[in-house]
Design a protein around this ligand. Structure first.
Ligand SMILES: Cc1cc2nc3c(=O)[nH]c(=O)nc-3n(C[C@H](O)[C@H](O)[C@H](O)COP(=O)(O)OP(=O)(O)OC[C@H]3O[C@@H](n4cnc5c(N)ncnc54)[C@H](O)[C@@H]3O)c2cc1C
Length: 357
């Protein structure tokens, strides 16, 4: 039960679980789950950031990362909007099991795919499927603040009925100047005439939708193949890719995302390594090619993890001594590295490494 009467001064932190208060169907296999803090504390995050949820599925917890689809201008609650793909384990578990009153442990918020990190006068948001969630948060924040905005908002879906947030965005666009919505579908719904764009998003559509695209800060989110097509189209048109930002929801292909390397060189020859997990009292021999996460799991030491690609930050642990080679995708800040933290999923041990876990 949420204590709504409590005088609230402090902000919510992830020491406290989230409590589901409602679930809203959005589209086929897509729902929005609304959470509040049991203490009533307000949330503080940047539009576009994500949370990693611990899901107590049978057989032990698993971790899944979801963008906060609501805006920080509405801090008393937050929502995630989740799409279950065929064969989904985690997202499907949420849909089947989370109900009003369910409490879940989470980590975050985190992430740099935000308009705060890349402020601009003009935006071009391009998304497909559930990749619309960070764009929804950023657009709602700008709408709530009542600021002048200049956003070309492109969303691609298989069919019109699968466009997430269509009516809410159209309502916003009817109340402010400068929110220009463009929908692209692959096929129309049966007996529902479609007069918008149809086909695969391409360079020609880009020029028609946003003739001044070269002046815009571009945010792109969707399946990896979609983002690759968008970034190649922009680069081919001479767009300055320093103003292009993308968020991957799945494991990236090698070399697809800008990576940040820290620690010793990757060129070190394969050697034996040793991990000492101090709190668990476990010592484990492994190779310098193993990730700390992989070796920890082999040794029976449970480290929470989510994306396994150095984005979500769920597997952050403190290194007490020794060296690792870490190649992350923005899931850990320079300050955290300075404080001795590493991401287990993308760190390879060099020699003997002692960890807090
Ligand atoms: C930074 C970040 C933000 C994210 N935000 C959202 C969000 O707002 N909404 C949302 O629904 N998801 C989001 N995701 C993706 C989410 O974390 C899960 O990876 C995704 O939902 C798949 O998990 P699952 O439990 O449903 O499926 P799993 O049980 O992990 O996988 C089941 C099947 O789906 C395939 N699969 C796995 N991931 C994807 C994917 N992303 N797309 C298509 N197929 C996939 C697998 O190959 C497998 O066949 C985000 C991910 C990241 C890293």
């Amino acid at each position: 039960m949420i204590d709504a009467q409590q005088t609230v001064t402090a902000k919510w932190t992830d020491d406290e679980p989230l409590e589901c208060v409602s679930i809203l169907p959005e589209a086929p296999d897509v729902v929005t789950v609304c959470f509040q803090a049991p203490s009533g504390r307000p949330f503080e995050f940047l539009a576009g950031q994500f949370l990693t949820l611990e899901l107590p599925v049978p057989g032990g917890p698993i971790y899944r990362t979801y963008t906060i689809s609501s805006a920080p201008t509405r801090p008393k609650s937050l929502t995630i909007t989740i799409k279950a793909q065929p064969g989904s384990v985690g997202t499907r578990w949420i849909m089947d099991n989370v109900r009003p009153g369910t409490r879940l442990k989470v980590r975050g918020p985190a992430g740099r795919f935000t308009s705060t990190h890349f402020p601009a006068k003009k935006y071009l948001f391009i998304s497909a499927g559930s990749g619309i969630t960070p764009m929804m948060s950023m657009t709602t924040e700008i709408y709530d603040l009542g600021r002048h905005c200049d956003i070309v908002f492109v969303n691609c879906a298989r069919r019109p009925s699968e466009i997430i947030f269509k009516r809410r965005l159209e309502h916003m666009a009817s109340r402010i100047e400068g929110l220009d919505l463009k929908w692209v579908v692959r096929e129309s719904d049966i007996y529902q005439p479609w007069t918008g764009y149809q086909g695969r998003f391409n360079q020609l559509m880009l020029g028609l939708m946003a003739p001044d695209y070269l002046e815009r800060e571009v945010f792109c989110c969707g399946p990896d193949g979609f983002m690759q097509a968008v970034s190649e189209a922009l680069a081919g048109l001479g767009f300055d890719m320093a103003h292009y930002h993308q968020e991957s929801f799945g494991a990236p292909e090698a070399g697809e995302l800008p990576v940040v390397e820290t620690g010793t060189s990757a060129d070190t020859p394969v050697e034996t390594a040793k991990l000492v997990f101090e709190e668990s009292g476990v010592t484990h021999d492994c190779s310098s090619m193993d990730t700390v996460l992989h070796a920890a799991r082999a040794a029976g030491v449970a480290i929470p993890f989510g994306c396994s690609m150095g984005v979500c930050g769920s597997c952050r642990i403190r290194k007490l001594s020794g060296e690792v080679h870490m190649v992350h995708n923005g899931g850990i800040s320079d300050d955290e590295i300075e404080e001795g933290y590493i991401l287990a999923c993308c760190s390879n041990p060099r020699g003997t490494v002692t960890l807090e876990a």
